[in-house]
Design a protein around this ligand. Structure first.
Ligand SMILES: [Fe+2]
Ligand SMILES: [Fe+2]
Length: 483
């Protein structure tokens, strides 16, 4: 029989300083808790890691095809947060165990089934309900149980990561608690009641998400379930009905921004348009991430971060238009770039185009110019947003060098390939018009005049008359060859 440890009663740290660097209120907590072994902690962290990786995939893979703009943005954030915490847990498991760490192994087939079902669920309502009402809360409960059971001193490094994860998972859950009732009505819930009722049984079959409970026998399958094998990512770009005329490339923002004869205040409108249009970058990056296989997790983490930055840039545009008092639905925010890249190019080619474009933002005429325009415009938000937008793009150029250029023979080949791939896809301007998909209506005069009226500024007729489209000039001002 092992002897019972002393309770710690009567023991006091020097001058009643908090015990154990403040990790506990009373030393007795660190004596009574014989907690979890390294093996048990590793087992739970691997399950949390698996859940975060799967959640990242579920959020990421629905960014292109989810029509609702706000959800695209939320999925971009939630994918980024899951990728970050998955990365932190990988590192922690590596601190506790020698390789091979088995981080890419499925911890339990029922857990795989649970996430496969959510990934393959048809439609936004089912996915939202399952992710935000089941998966995220189950992961939170798992982390909470780890916090309650593991030794506060012995397992502090894992507990610390768990606390950071909980902080952001609870933010994700809060978002979900508002998004689900807004978008999932009783009728939709009725059609998936059996399925939603069945999913928790898969977690129980796996011994809980964290594997800390005795596994229960498999429950009966409902009449409708989705997975078998989740298909590949759906790359078709969908937008909600606030995005009208999605093929419209009637107003060339870059040519306007570079022309010194136009004033800075009007250029701010163009910059907010450019920012909002960046909704297309997450739509492209999600596909690159999903389809690029065999990279280390740091690849996914870096790319998910960049994807989220681009979503932030789009939302800066949204905020910008609202700040100008302009209804952004007046502006056709086209999806031609994301739609064309996703449908015509492979993942490496898409990454090449992204890299080529981002390199083009580095010279004086790129992000610095936009920041200077923002500062000179007297619109403080434009200056602030362009300041951070520029800083983000410097990071993205670095991410591009790390993960794209390194996969190419050299930097020059990387640029040439990106240029060539971009030219290949941007040749459809006339075809879209011919096929009746758009008239490339020049929306600029209306929007410019509305902004002048709203700001009480006189309309400059030369600015209102701007009518350069993307027909002959690419966004990097490179002339396009005739079709
Ligand atoms: Fe951006
Ligand atoms: Fe970027």
């Amino acid at each position: 029989m092992p002897s019972r440890p002393h309770s710690g009663a009567g023991y006091e740290p020097y001058r009643h300083l908090p015990p154990l660097a403040g990790l506990v209120d009373h030393l007795s907590e660190a004596i009574a808790n014989t907690g979890l072994s390294v093996d048990e902690v590793v087992g739970r962290l691997k399950r949390f890691h698996y859940a975060l990786v799967r959640l990242h995939g579920i959020f990421n893979d629905h960014i292109p095809s989810e029509p609702v703009y706000e959800l695209k943005m939320a999925f971009s954030l939630h994918a980024h947060l899951c990728a970050e915490h998955a990365g932190a847990l990988r590192k922690r498991v590596g601190e506790m165990r020698e390789p091979p760490l088995g981080l890419d192994k499925v911890p339990h087939p029922a857990l795989e089934r649970f996430f496969d079902e959510i990934l393959a669920a048809p439609g936004t309502a089912a996915r939202l309900a399952a992710v935000y009402e089941l998966a995220v809360p189950a992961l939170i409960s798992g982390f909470e149980r780890h916090q309650a059971e593991s030794h506060p001193l012995a397992d502090h490094p894992s507990l610390r990561l768990g606390r950071f994860a909980l902080l952001e998972l609870r933010e994700i859950a809060t978002y979900g608690n508002q998004a689900v009732p807004a978008l999932v009505d009783e009728a939709a819930r009725g059609t998936m009641r059996d399925w939603l009722g069945w999913l928790p049984g898969l977690l129980a079959e796996a011994g809980g998400l964290d594997g800390a409970e005795p596994p229960t026998p498999a429950g009966p399958r409902p009449a409708v379930s989705w997975s078998g094998e989740p298909g590949p990512i759906d790359l078709s770009v969908r937008r909600d009905d606030r995005f009208s005329d999605p093929y419209n490339m009637g107003v060339n923002a870059e040519v306007y921004l570079q022309d010194p004869q136009y004033d800075d205040a009007s250029k701010v409108i163009m910059m907010f348009y450019k920012r909002l249009r960046e909704i297309d970058v997450p739509e492209v990056m999600a596909g690159i991430i999903a389809q690029t296989k065999g990279k280390p997790w740091d690849y996914t983490r870096d790319m998910a971060r960049q994807l989220w930055d681009e979503a932030r840039h789009a939302m800066m545009g949204e905020v910008g238009f609202v700040s100008l008092g302009i209804d952004w639905r007046m502006v056709p925010v086209n999806f031609t770039w994301s739609q064309s890249l996703n449908s015509q190019l492979g993942p490496l080619e898409r990454h090449a185009v992204l890299y080529f474009i981002e390199q083009g933002l580095m010279p004086r005429s790129g992000k610095r110019h936009e920041w200077e325009v923002g500062r000179a415009s007297g619109h403080p938000l434009a200056a602030l947003f362009q300041d951070f937008d520029w800083a983000d793009e410097v990071l993205h150029a670095h991410i591009g060098r790390t993960w794209y250029v390194s996969a190419m023979p050299g930097p020059r080949e990387a640029m040439e390939f990106g240029d060539a791939c971009w030219s290949k896809v941007m040749m459809n301007w006339s075809a879209w018009k011919r096929d009746g998909l758009t008239t490339h209506r020049n929306w600029w005069p209306d929007v410019y005049r509305a902004a002048c009226t709203r700001a009480g500024r006189p309309v400059r007729e030369d600015q209102a008359a701007y009518a350069t489209s993307y027909e002959n000039t690419r966004a990097d001002l490179k002339p396009l060859a005739a079709e």
